[in-house]
Design a protein. Structure first.
Length: 365
């Protein structure tokens, strides 16, 4: 662990781009937004910053704080000035492909122990964020192990360069609620060759191979992909679990795909191909609002080029005011990642648990 546990530990967030810019500038200064000045003043020389790259969700380095905080407007990062700064030195650094995925530490980190499967993402929304000593020890040990015995884990280039979140609407922005039963059509730029039915079919196939019972949206049961009717996929149920009230069932029956373990919903998927993301999120929000004690993995599955739109919509004020916020429970899965993972897992899906989705899902920051 280095020089004892008296030091404090802090999460320091990066994108792949800001990490590269930090290294290019000499790897001696860490920057934060002006709003974080009060927190940064609590960071002391000798403290360790545990560097985490959002998008790929990996720990990549340890930096030691070497002096007191200061303000400086010298341009280091293109995304923002990050004028609140700390002098640092690199203690340990990994190559991106050798960085440690946070999900590999789920059994050791306290913020993975929540009932919500995506609650841990709230820990990586701002920096610096104080880290408990027990969690810090697990992270440091994993980074040290990766230094002595690196394991290559490739990742999509788009995730490495993804920006932190999107621009949130102002508090006074009027929220438009689209019709409940029909999504509002939008233009398709043709960049994705997949169809809504193909992605539904793929999700049903994965769920079936994992041994789950299935549900496909009531209004999609007669649709087909490559000659196979979605409602006739092995494992698709004719009726929803009986424990939900009629109002909840009216919401659930329109969700594109459900994975079910007996009568328990394990995961819910809304496929947003060319339609309004907001209507799918409303169904997710309605479900967890009507059944607040329910523990379900929620996913919006959409073309890669809709990433920004999906993540921004998940963070809308109306969803952020939920307790917990919808962004803590609902994640985005891009088509390319789902297709690649399905190909990788062919013949192996029966050995998996739903947690494998953490490797391809992205959270709104």
């Amino acid at each position: 662990m280095g020089r004892g546990m008296a030091r404090a530990f802090w999460i320091d967030l990066f994108t792949g781009t800001t990490w590269e810019e930090f290294l290019s500038a000499g790897a001696s200064v860490s920057g934060f937004r002006e709003t974080q000045w009060a927190t940064v003043k609590k960071v002391a020389p000798g403290d360790w910053l545990l560097c985490y790259v959002a998008g790929v969700s990996r720990f990549i380095a340890i930096r030691e704080v070497t002096g007191m905080p200061f303000r400086d407007a010298e341009q280091i990062w293109q995304e923002d000035t990050f004028p609140v700064r700390l002098p640092v030195k690199v203690v340990l650094k990994l190559e991106p492909e050798h960085a440690v995925p946070v999900t590999t530490l789920r059994d050791r980190l306290s913020y993975f122990q929540s009932a919500s499967p995506t609650a841990w993402t709230a820990h990586f929304r701002r920096s610096p964020m104080a880290e408990r000593s027990e969690d810090a020890q697990a992270i440091v040990e994993a980074l040290e192990a990766a230094t002595s015995d690196p394991l290559s884990r490739p990742f999509p280039e788009a995730k490495w360069h993804r920006k932190l979140g999107g621009t949130l609407p102002s508090k006074d922005e009027e929220v438009f609620v689209p019709p409940k039963e029909e999504d509002t059509p939008q233009e398709n730029d043709g960049s994705s060759s997949a169809t809504h039915e193909e992605i539904q079919s793929l999700l049903l196939k994965l769920g079936s191979e994992m041994g789950f019972a299935l549900w496909v949206a009531r209004n999609d049961r007669g649709k087909a992909f490559r000659g196979k009717v979605l409602g006739e996929v092995p494992g698709v149920r004719d009726k929803l679990p009986a424990q939900f009230d009629p109002a909840t069932n009216r919401t659930i029956e329109l969700i594109d795909v459900l994975w079910l373990d007996e009568n328990a919903i394990v995961a819910a998927f809304e496929v947003e191909h060319t339609t309004s993301v907001y209507s799918g999120l409303l169904r997710m929000a309605d479900l967890v609002s009507m059944q607040p004690g329910i523990n379900i993995r929620l996913y919006i599955v959409a073309p890669d080029e809709r990433r920004g739109r999906v993540l921004s919509e998940i963070s809308r004020p109306v969803f952020s005011r939920m307790r917990p916020p919808l962004r803590d429970r609902c994640q985005f899965i891009p088509y390319s990642e789902l297709r690649a993972k399905e190909q990788q897992l062919r013949g192996l899906a029966q050995y998996l648990k739903p947690e494998f989705l953490d490797e391809i899902a992205e959270s709104a920051d």
